[in-house]
Ligand binder design. Structure first.
Ligand SMILES: [Zn+2]
Length: 277
């Protein structure tokens, strides 16, 4: 059995359960502190047309732009990448069958993390704010079944490390994408827009509203009252999430950042309510 001996990792089922619970009921403060320092990352073509594994992460975005905007001069991605070392499975040397290349399709060996593969690509999603794939949870579980460190406990130390890193990254990707606030911050980040999370809101109206809600939370007599406040926060979050989607779609990034700040406030109050329930 795989689970024999001293177990350094929590069983897969408990991890899945734990992550699911977290992502469904709260916006984790850990994910809120996701570093948003990257100034600019290149915009890649959609996962369907671009295999990040076949070309170096930093291979210029300008090349992609050129080939995309001048169709007559289109040069295949592959020919540009031909000089770059094509990543192969570190164990059996096979080429990846498809992106993303987290596990070798031939020998099932777990590959090292490739930071150029973004969270949307991990789940084969279009890079847009509204996630329409109803099967995201299924895809997440499928990855964990292939990557969970329990599965490689008898393999080399190198592969165990890769498993731990890949598994943690997939968890982070799932958490980030299933929470509207962290997803908004993340998509801005990969678009090259920094969101200063420490910047506070100075609008007196919003501050007054937040204070009022906080008071209501503190004075809530029972869980029914708290649940009503929670519903209210969910509605506010949804409203500002929709506004963010529109602002982001039209590339109005200032407006989008404003929406994120509001979402953050409502999300915090929501967390406080959840703690009291
Ligand atoms: Zn292989």
């Amino acid at each position: 059995m795989l689970l024999k001996g001293k177990k350094a990792w929590a069983p897969l089922s408990s991890i899945l359960h734990r992550q699911q619970r977290k992502s469904l009921f709260s916006s984790s403060s850990t994910t809120l502190r996701f570093p948003i320092t990257t100034a600019h990352q290149p915009k890649y073509p959609s996962p369907a047309s671009y295999n990040p594994e076949t070309c170096g992460a930093s291979s210029s975005s300008s090349i992609i732009t050129t080939t995309r905007s001048h169709h007559s001069l289109r040069i295949s991605w592959k020919s540009f990448c031909s000089k770059a070392e094509t990543p192969r499975c570190w164990s059996c040397k096979a080429l990846p069958h498809a992106a993303p290349f987290l596990v070798c399709d031939d020998c099932r060996t777990i590959q090292p993390v490739d930071p150029s593969v973004d969270y949307f690509q991990i789940f084969g999603l279009e890079k847009k704010y509204e996630v329409e794939d109803g099967n995201l949870e299924g895809k997440y579980k499928a990855w964990q079944k292939k990557l969970h460190p329990d599965l490689v406990h008898s393999k080399s130390e190198k592969e165990r490390e890769f498993a731990a890193e890949q598994s943690a990254r997939v968890i982070d990707a799932y958490r980030t994408l299933t929470n509207s606030l962290t997803r908004a911050i993340y998509i801005m980040k990969i678009q090259g827009v920094d969101v200063d999370e420490e910047e506070t809101i100075s609008e007196p109206e919003l501050l007054a509203e937040i204070m009022e809600i906080r008071e209501a939370v503190e004075e809530a007599p029972n869980s029914k009252a708290l649940n009503e406040l929670k519903d209210l926060m969910q509605k506010k979050l949804q409203l500002w999430s929709d506004s963010f989607a529109n602002a982001f779609q039209s590339q109005k990034f200032e407006e989008a950042i404003n929406c994120i700040r509001r979402m953050k406030y409502y999300s915090r109050v929501n967390e406080e309510i959840v703690k009291r329930l």
